[in-house]
Design a protein around this ligand. Structure first.
Ligand SMILES: [Zn+2]
Length: 240
């Protein structure tokens, strides 16, 4: 009785297609994950900028408070000038007023610098917000795309699974069991062709005697190296 491996080869073809779809399914969320990571990064950058902005605002308030107190001091000293008796006292007070003025000028400059930095940060934050918004939109679109793609893949897998079950019904049980066992052990490929005495599953040579048996095709044979089920489409016995 001749061995017909065509039905099991047909099953293998379906199984390999299912396996490819499973790989595709596993890889499908990669882009979404990358977009999620990018979005988190952009949001984290916004938080850092916002913290810096708050810190600058606190500092500005502090300086403004100091400035206000010194302006009161300045007013008092100014008022005291009219009641000064001696020239020495007068000079000392003028010097004090002058120092307050200088300090306050420095504080005003510092406030201006802070305001400038706050403006810069606000502009950066606007830019980052826009980028975040774009990434968020991209992420949402990718989420929808992925959802559709996964449903599509699942549908294909279900249909192939059905096809496989139908095909399996017509395969000899012992061959099918051997096939399923090998498929799991050999990463999907369980039935392989022998071409020019070489097993295409492991690229090792098939001994001549086994090759001749293979050509007779009256029993199920296995590669002595990788143990896969082997077949050949060659018509003639090869010369050694
Ligand atoms: Zn082999």
């Amino acid at each position: 009785m001749k061995i017909d491996l065509e039905p099991v080869l047909a099953i293998q073809e379906v199984d390999l297609a299912i396996r490819d779809l499973a790989v595709e399914k596993e890889k499908a969320p990669e882009r979404l994950n990358a977009l999620e990571a990018l979005l988190s990064e952009r949001e984290a950058e916004l938080v850092v900028l916002d913290e810096r902005r708050r810190e600058l605002q606190r500092k500005k308030t502090e300086i403004e408070d100091e400035l206000e107190l010194d302006q009161i001091r300045h007013g008092k000293s100014q008022a005291k000038l009219t009641s000064i008796k001696t020239n020495r006292e007068y000079q000392a007070l003028l010097k004090e007023i002058d120092e307050i003025k200088k300090t306050n000028k420095a504080r005003e400059d510092e406030i201006l610098a802070i305001l400038e930095e706050i403006d810069g940060i606000a502009a950066q934050m606007d830019e980052k917000r826009k980028m975040s918004e774009e990434t968020r939109k991209e992420r949402d679109a990718e989420k929808r795309r992925l959802h559709g793609l996964l449903a599509e893949i699942d549908e294909k897998i279900a249909s192939l699974q059905k096809e496989r079950d139908e095909k399996a019904a017509s395969v000899r049980k012992d061959i099918l069991a051997r096939y399923d066992f090998l498929r799991q052990k050999r990463g999907g490929l369980a039935v392989v062709e022998v071409r020019q005495s070489i097993c295409t599953g492991c690229n090792m040579n098939i001994p001549p005697q086994l090759y001749n048996e293979l050509l007779r095709n009256d029993k199920v044979l296995f590669c002595p190296t990788c143990q896969r089920i082997i077949y050949t489409r060659s018509e003639a016995i090869q010369e050694d």
